[in-house]
Design a protein around this ligand. Sequence first.
Ligand code: SIN
Length: 302
Amino acid sequence: MVKFRSRLFGTEFDPPLILASGILDQTAESIQRLIKKGMGGVVTKSIGTEPREGHPNPTIVELDTGLLNAMGLPNQGIEDFKNEMEKLESELEEEPIIGSIFASDPDDFSHLAGKMTRYGADMVELNLSCPHAEGYGAQIASDDEIMERVIKKVDERIQEPILAKLPPSNEIAKNAVLAERSGADGIVCINTVRAMAVNFETQEPILGNKIGGYSGPGIKPIGLRCVYEVYREVDIPIIGCGGITDGRDALEYILAGASALQMGSALHHRGKDAVEKVSKEATELMRKEGIDDIEEIIGGAH
Ligand code: SIN
């Protein structure tokens, strides 16, 4: 029996495919539907301390090789999100819930992490990588001192595993080492890649925010490079993310060094059954190659 699943931080991800933050995860109902379609775990949308509207429309552009988004971290704020977490908790059986949080300083991160875990998150993902929200995300990761303080503060506050979601910079391995040293239990790489689209006819940027984040098949080589570089430098597990669209992509990420995977844009490209399809394809490929367990091939490309 081929084992396409993984155990991280004492938790089973079966399959090792997790819904990435920000896709179809606005409500407990939409998350629940994806779990029924075979997701091994979910990351919530990124939640902040207060409600936030996000960037002006248009916020999404469809490209030939992926999606460009500039949502701008819209969310209802942590207090209101409690209701969604309670619904999710009561509806999910064993699938882990990873609460994604964003803030601009260590105290707010720590406050949010405390609330997320109190409301039922099994783990917390720190959004240190949104590429287009002023004062948040990638701007935190670009400052070593703040990033270190954020992770240390969260580590002092919660017992649950902390995942640091990092941006795809040239410094990602250095960032990951700092995150590990500061108390992160796992690294998620990568978030979307800072990018834009221009309309030839109107001669203007298309996105309301002008700059957004690029996801989908076009960024897979960047994601693989990041996982590969991070794997060489840290001892904590890596969750790979970026353009995973079929079973072969998933196994390539594992060969680069990922122990589990996140999927987002694939749900747009292949529909809500994407996870079932990717699981089936990966399992068949493993069977064909005589691989019994993904444990055998994590980091195999090194
Ligand atoms: C967004 O809300 O703009 C996307 C979140 C992210 O890129 O981390």
